[in-house]
Ligand binder design. Sequence first.
Ligand SMILES: CC(C)(COP(=O)(O)OP(=O)(O)OC[C@H]1O[C@@H](n2cnc3c(N)ncnc32)[C@H](O)[C@@H]1OP(=O)(O)O)[C@@H](O)C(=O)NCCC(=O)NCCS
Length: 236
Amino acid sequence: MSNRHRLAILGASGHGKVVADIALHAGWRDLVFYDDAWPERTRHEHWEIKGTLPMLLNDLPNFEGVVVAIGHNAIREAKLDALLTQGARIVSLVHPRATVSPMARLGPGCVVMAGAIINAFAELGMGTIVNSAATVDHDCRLGACVHVAPGANVAGDVEIGRTSWIGAGAVVRQGVAIGEAVMVGAGAAVVSDIDGNQVVAGVPARPLASAQDDDDTPPSGSNVLRFDLISPQGRS
Ligand SMILES: CC(C)(COP(=O)(O)OP(=O)(O)OC[C@H]1O[C@@H](n2cnc3c(N)ncnc32)[C@H](O)[C@@H]1OP(=O)(O)O)[C@@H](O)C(=O)NCCC(=O)NCCS
């Protein structure tokens, strides 16, 4: 059987539903979910859940592409690393009503949602999510598995470390550097550099608590930015 237009989605979550919707808009035809909740769960809305990650690793030749739809940044990074090690063809998905500059660079496994804008010479590491109506402006450098939540605005020339999360509606001032595994609260205004592994919130953003013991603390190693140029349709 041909694997043409068949996409495997790891992560049968709410985020997975949005990823599936974008995949259909982007021209993928046959979607199959994998999730470690299998066999307790075998359906995700009207899609089949076919097995767990180890089963997906065996099934890779059956798919033209694979995407990881897990919202937790560090877990998404670990699953992407496992899939890439096994030679999976990780693809990025860009909603047709997102605007991605042809001069921007997206790593594999990025998801860009409806209404998002990624401007010229921005660089997004693998597995980064730019959520609905969020913007990432010129010359930004986002590490692996960053998440820019709905409606957040990242101004030009901002650096964001891997697995950091910019909360819904937050604003980041141009030229600011944010470390790894930072959680920026919803509605915050980040106006100066933020060290890694902390939660910040408010206007201007100030530390709320240490994120050292948080679940989202990234695993050691694999802090490389990976880039593949993709077309605006999201196929690498
Ligand atoms: C910042 C955040 C991570 C803190 O979560 P938390 O550690 O569970 O914090 P709590 O809800 O216990 O709140 C702790 C304190 O911080 C305050 N606070 C929480 N979030 C805040 C925010 N975004 N801005 C300002 N203050 C905030 C609370 O009012 C509380 O203050 P208090 O101690 O005076 O009562 C979370 O509130 C947040 O903003 N998450 C982003 C959500 C988001 O963007 N989702 C998008 C999904 S795609």
